[in-house]
Design a protein around this ligand. Structure first.
Ligand code: HEC
Length: 150
């Protein structure tokens, strides 16, 4: 684990009560300063946006607008939640895209981290840039608290 990641872990642990921690949270969020561990925020700041570090929006490829969604995964507004939470991977047998309460075993998290054993490439395809450690930490937090539709 890098020193930087350890520092992020420490910050996130210190921020168990997220609302009391807005300033620190925006530090962790890096190139997406408004990113919070809610589905609406992840949809807006990760799935549908490029960020100031140059990371591609997921919906450049994961959309049904004008194409078939890459990897059989559609992340456009109003569809994304039902495409990921408790939904099987299209390509990795036995994997589930988001398992509420279990970020380590959620395949979408593994794809963003480039974990060993994923099928295909680390996401976003064509990266770097990938998500920062802090962005992934916030996504993990949303999964850990049960991946609510909020
Ligand atoms: C440049 C196009 C492109 C971008 C941008 C992109 N993806 Fe992908 N994605 C793909 C392709 C192609 C596949 C299928 C091949 C593979 O898995 O490597 C895929 C597969 C996936 C899968 C696996 C789906 C499954 O059911 O097996 C996940 C999860 C995923 N992408 C998440 C994301 C997320 C989250 C982002 C944004 C941070 C993103 N991708 C950005 C092209 C892209």
């Amino acid at each position: 684990m890098t020193i930087r990641l350890l520092r992020v872990v420490a910050l996130v642990s210190a921020c168990a009560a997220w609302s009391a921690c807005d300033e620190k949270l925006s530090t962790i969020a890096g190139p997406t300063p408004n990113l919070e561990p809610t589905f609406a925020s992840i949809q807006h700041d990760i799935f549908e946006s490029t960020d100031s570090a140059g990371r591609a929006a997921c919906t450049n490829c994961h959309t049904n607008v004008g194409r078939n969604p890459s990897g059989g995964l559609n992340l456009v507004h109003d569809l994304a939640y039902d495409q990921i939470v408790n939904v099987a991977s299209a390509r990795k047998p036995g994997a589930t895209r988001i398992i509420p309460g279990d970020p380590d075993n959620s395949y979408l998290v593994q794809k963003l981290e480039g974990k060993a054993g994923i099928v295909g490439n680390r996401m976003p395809n064509g990266g770097p840039p990938y998500l920062t450690d802090g962005q992934i930490m916030i996504l993990r937090r949303w999964v850990a608290i049960g991946a609510p539709r909020n």
